[in-house]
Design a binder for this molecule. Structure first.
Ligand code: HEC
Length: 711
């Protein structure tokens, strides 16, 4: 057993060594980001060779006007270079490209500056996020990328720091702590630069926090304004924040003692600046806890959960909002990517905002007024039958809120569309959207009580455990789907749809070469004809691809780049990933026509054998252990102990047969530096041992299955 733990430690140590050896090279100082001024950001569309902001330009369309790579020659697209990352945790970053330099991030908020034409490392920066912080990240220790401006590279670190780095050297220039470190906040999103300010949100809704977005002076890191998305404790004085004037209106939509668990509403992904109207749009997350009955006595819309809110970028003052899911109770965040465009609708040119949040509706919203223009579901749904265009409210189905007993709801917490970036091609007029179908059985968690800092959703996850019966397991697996949908936002209808084997596929990039690029969970990075959906090209990325690709050019040659590396919410929390095995480390993959490079052959990491303990445990202990495990552990190690391979499969852990070692880890916090904290605050030593009994029982079953499969 120790050998197995040791192997994992050696991998981790090798990774650490790799991370620290990056140094700035004197000859190839990346001076480029110096010149990224607000004027250049505003005119990013005039620099198609660069990718200056998270979504390409302020419109966040993720559309590249480059045409060297196109539907006629994409068959000749080959790897140009790759760069090995030092972790097998999820890779969600969108790189920024400035005049031949790529700035990107990896899991644990590490930053890399690479030569965009060759992959040569220019510098690396590791913010050294304490491993324990990984516990507060519901959905893996991911990071979605940096922002650049005025010679600086900005990164939001998982532990809530906003850090400005010198773009030439990667040395920190200033650091601001954007959260109360005693609360379970995390940052996974990319900062945005708006008129000399850095705007950043945070996450933590599953643990119990109050959401907000903040703007800092890009030069100094000084707070300029903060907007809270949900009301605070009514017995306390006002926050002294930009949100103060609107918080009275918001508070009238809440009931009970919501502030005790924070209320939620974190702004963990979409933050989009609209230069045409000088407005900032933020996408607001789910309730904390999810269950509306617990959070707000089942009453009220709970503003501004699950909304898009428009703010004044200079002051943070409220302008308008649109709430897609009033009184949300399913973890229906509305922080999914937002795209701005001008569309011809009913004969007039409308400035619109397009969003496909978790709840399954594709919304087209007038961004001048915040009024809903149209909404249509892009996957089958059971929670609502449509949206009333007069009120903008969903038409809910009778038991959607599981008010009269358990209800299987689609879509669900993983979203009909999650953070995976979508793109829009002004040429085809279509939005390319990574959609998915993942239903979930919603049920009140019996005897729920808020546990500070722990997983707090007030929905019973035990009921969603995968069944032991193989036929039922297969039937459920078959319900889980993923698709690339080409959506006409004007007609609100699908134009074509590519089916995948399952959910959690990559973000998309549309190009003027009539192409759409997307990676998928199975590790295929692919190109489709943008107008018809015909599959034209594929590359074996050797690991699942979830991030959004970008395109740029250096020295006249067009490149397409994507971060490869499977992880995030679905692989951590689902047991339905096919043929799970330990995941390889992530990589940055960069392609060009006749690039000529190849990936070194994959070296599959074998699954260690099942390792059931020798002891016999009482059935009652095993049953108690199941509760302990499913409530506390399954969100990372997988329901029923079935891991998808990002984190260790505990049925195979060396520590499973060693009661002392198990306790050292689970109660003693021996692996805290790698993200496995001590659970002593929330469970007793006896609970931990019961969890071992339960996983031990699961390991016995696994061992029997594997014996039958390979006698
Ligand atoms: C927030 C995510 C998270 C949660 C929740 C979590 N773990 Fe872990 N666990 C980890 C990580 C990360 C590691 C270390 C992975 C590595 O080796 O890099 C780990 C490792 C372990 C190991 C060592 C496995 C091995 O062989 O290397 C054990 C045992 C373990 N966890 C038990 C538990 C138990 C029991 C619970 C619930 C009480 C739990 N974990 C909850 C993230 C989590």
């Amino acid at each position: 057993m120790r050998r197995q733990l040791l192997r994992a430690s050696l991998i981790a140590m090798g990774a650490a060594a790799l991370a620290s050896c990056g140094t700035a090279d004197a000859d190839t100082k990346p001076a480029a980001a110096d010149g990224v001024t607000t004027a250049r950001l505003l005119n990013a569309a005039a620099e198609p060779h660069n990718w200056l902001t998270h979504g390409g330009t302020y419109l966040e369309q993720r559309y590249s006007p480059l045409t060297e790579i196109n539907d006629a020659n994409v068959g000749q697209l080959q790897l140009a270079w790759h760069y090995d990352l030092d972790t097998n945790r999820g890779q969600e970053a969108t790189p920024i490209i400035v005049d031949g330099v790529m700035y990107t991030t990896s899991a644990w908020s590490k930053v890399y500056a690479l030569d965009a034409a060759t992959g040569k490392e220019l510098w690396t920066y590791d913010p050294q996020v304490p491993g324990e912080r990984g516990f507060s990240a519901c959905c893996d220790v991911v990071n979605r990328g940096v922002a650049v401006h005025g010679g600086k590279v900005f990164v939001g670190a998982l532990d809530g720091r906003l850090i400005a780095l010198d773009a030439r050297t990667g040395k920190p220039l200033w650091t601001t702590v954007t959260v109360d470190p005693s609360q379970p906040y995390t940052i996974t999103g990319a900062p945005r630069i708006v008129k000399g300010k850095v705007v950043i949100g945070n996450g933590g809704g599953e643990y119990g926090v109050r959401g907000y977005v903040s703007a800092y002076d890009a030069e100094t890191g000084k707070l300029a304004w903060r907007f809270y998305t949900v009301p605070g404790d009514p017995s306390k004085p006002a926050d002294g924040a930009a949100s103060d004037p609107i918080m009275k209106t918001a508070a009238a939509t809440w009931s009970g003692n919501w502030w005790k668990a924070g209320g939620g509403g974190t702004v963990w992904d979409a933050i989009v600046y609209d230069p045409e109207l000088d407005q900032l749009y933020i996408g607001v997350g789910n309730g904390s806890p999810w269950n509306h009955k617990i959070r707000s006595e089942g009453k009220g819309d709970n503003l501004f959960l699950s909304s898009v809110v428009a703010l004044d970028p200079d002051s943070g003052a409220y302008k308008w909002h649109y709430q897609g899911t009033p009184g949300e109770t399913w973890d229906f965040t509305q922080t999914q990517p937002i795209i701005l465009a001008t569309l011809a609708i009913d004969g007039s040119r409308r400035k619109v905002l397009m969003q496909a949040p978790k709840n399954g509706f594709f919304y087209v919203i007038d961004r001048t007024t915040g009024k809903l223009i149209s909404a249509k579901n892009f996957v089958p749904m059971t929670w609502a039958t449509g949206v009333d265009l007069k009120t903008g409210r969903p038409i809910e189905t009778p038991n959607a809120r599981f008010q009269n007993g358990d209800e299987m709801v689609a879509p669900s917490a993983l979203g009909a569309h999650n953070w995976h970036p979508m793109s829009f091609s002004p040429k085809t007029g279509l939005v390319y959207l990574p959609a998915q179908e993942v239903p979930f059985l919603y049920s009140d968690q019996k005897g729920y009580r808020h546990r500070p800092g722990a997983w707090n959703i007030a929905v019973d996850s035990v009921k969603n455990m995968p069944p032991d019966d193989k036929a039922t397991f297969k039937a459920i697996r078959a319900m889980l789907k993923g698709q690339l949908v080409a959506w006409d936002p004007v007609a609100q209808k699908e134009v074509w749809r590519a089916q995948y084997d399952g959910p959690w596929n990559g973000g998309t990039l549309a190009t003027a070469g009539n192409l759409v690029f997307q990676g998928n969970a199975k590790g295929e990075f692919q190109a489709f004809r943008a107008d018809t959906g015909e599959k034209l090209w594929r590359f074996d990325a050797q690991t699942g691809v979830i991030a959004g690709p970008v395109s740029y050019s250096v020295g006249g040659a067009q490149y397409v780049a994507v971060s490869a590396g499977y992880g995030g919410a679905y692989p951590l929390s689902s047991s339905f990933v096919d043929n799970p095995r330990p995941m390889p480390n992530g990589r940055m993959l960069v392609f060009k026509l006749n690039g000529g490079a190849t990936l070194p052959a994959a070296d599959p990491i074998p699954n260690p054998p099942a390792n059931p303990p020798a002891e016999r445990f009482a059935a009652a202990t095993i049953a108690h252990g199941q509760q302990v495990y499913e409530i506390n552990c399954s969100v990372c190690h997988g329901p029923a102990g079935i891991s998808s391979g990002v984190l260790p499969d505990l049925r195979r852990s060396g520590s499973l047969s060693d009661t002392a070692m198990w306790s050292d880890i689970v109660i003693g916090g021996q692996l805290k530096d790698r993200g496995m904290v001590s659970f002593a605050k929330w469970i007793s030593a006896a609970d931990a041992e019961a969890a071992r009994a339960y996983i031990g029982d699961r390991a016995k079953k696994l061992q029997a299955e594997e014996k039958t499969a390979n006698p």
